[in-house]
Design a protein around this ligand. Structure first.
Ligand code: SF4
Length: 78
């Protein structure tokens, strides 16, 4: 894995209220669990090709439960 080209999706589960906006915007990366809260599909790493759609999902979470970490910089981006 080339970390310079990867981002990590982070979820603060305590904040998630199950609106499913993230699942609607980026269904390849988010899904609802049995309780209606979000969970990741896969390991949550994404390439820059998908950064725009995942950032849209992050920006549309009304609970601010989502963030992205640039694995090459190890800085939290919202
Ligand atoms: S939009 Fe935010 S609050 Fe709603 S399911 Fe996704 S992470 Fe949870």
């Amino acid at each position: 894995m080339n970390n310079s080209l990867m981002y990590q999706i982070n979820i603060e589960q305590d904040r998630c209220q199950g609106h499913s906006r993230c699942c609607s915007i980026a269904p390849n990366f988010f899904e609802s669990d049995d309780f209606g809260n979000v969970r990741l599909k896969g390991d949550g790493t994404i390439s820059p090709d998908f950064e725009t759609i995942v950032r849209l999902a992050v920006a549309n979470c009304p609970e601010r439960a989502l963030s992205l970490t640039n694995l090459s910089e190890q800085q939290v981006k919202t």
